[in-house]
Design a protein around this ligand. Sequence first.
Ligand code: HEC
Ligand code: HEC
Length: 210
Amino acid sequence: MRLTTRAPWRRALVNWGGAAALGLSIALPATAEDAPAVGLPFEEQVQVCGACHGNDGNSQQAGTPSLAGQPELTIVNQMIYFRERLRQNEVMTPQARGLPDAEIQALAAYYHEQPVAAPEGGPDPELKARGQQLAAQQRCASCHQSDYRGREQMPRLAGQREDYLIAAMIAYRDRTRGGPDTTMIDVMRGIDDDDIDAMAHFFTYLHAEE
Ligand code: HEC
Ligand code: HEC
């Protein structure tokens, strides 16, 4: 699939500019503002993203996914979905607005190379075992790989924040995440909250000591 880099708001801007040339005084809509990282040197971009995702891509912030170790294509795709407002999130969508493909690619390459940090705390062995069993039954590894490190457009799940994994799975099931890839909507259909909690726990503590 090819996504156009000409976002609709760019065309809207041209129209606003045309109106201004006619002598009308118009405040630009807030949506016309680029994300804070746009055009900054790479090191400063990493700091902007790092305020939420952690400088090394291991997030310490509730609701915010770690980016460390994610496949490059996963990061690139999701950034483009946010930028084109196909995936909606009031915190993240504005952070991707207007970010050029080349800058997204460089950030994706950086985060892909960062080592995944061990999660805080330790697992509940019973919950983890139940999650492992459910994930095996549902054949999640057929796409996310046997060690759940992800591949291409399929995100890494191993070591990801538990709260984010739960929210992501619920969002697919309840069809609120958005984005052009509907694979996960089919996968999550009919899976209840308890099973989601158990699978999230398993993925988060997959490589952690018990
Ligand atoms: C103000 C906090 C904040 C900043 C700054 C921020 N993000 Fe995010 N980001 C989030 C949150 C919150 C989410 C989760 C959104 C959701 O739940 O849909 C997210 C999601 C993402 C995702 C999706 C990951 C996945 O597993 O699907 C990517 C990729 C991403 N951000 C990259 C970046 C990059 C690159 C930057 C810097 C240009 C950045 N973010 C800046 C808060 C932030
Ligand atoms: C047929 C392939 C396939 C299977 C099977 C599959 N997934 Fe996925 N999964 C994907 C793709 C593709 C994405 C990215 C979709 C998108 O762009 O939103 C994804 C995304 C996710 C995400 C979001 C991660 C993030 O960083 O935002 C979670 C969580 C997830 N899958 C969990 C699961 C679980 C749990 C199972 C088994 C019950 C499973 N997946 C089975 C292909 C698959």
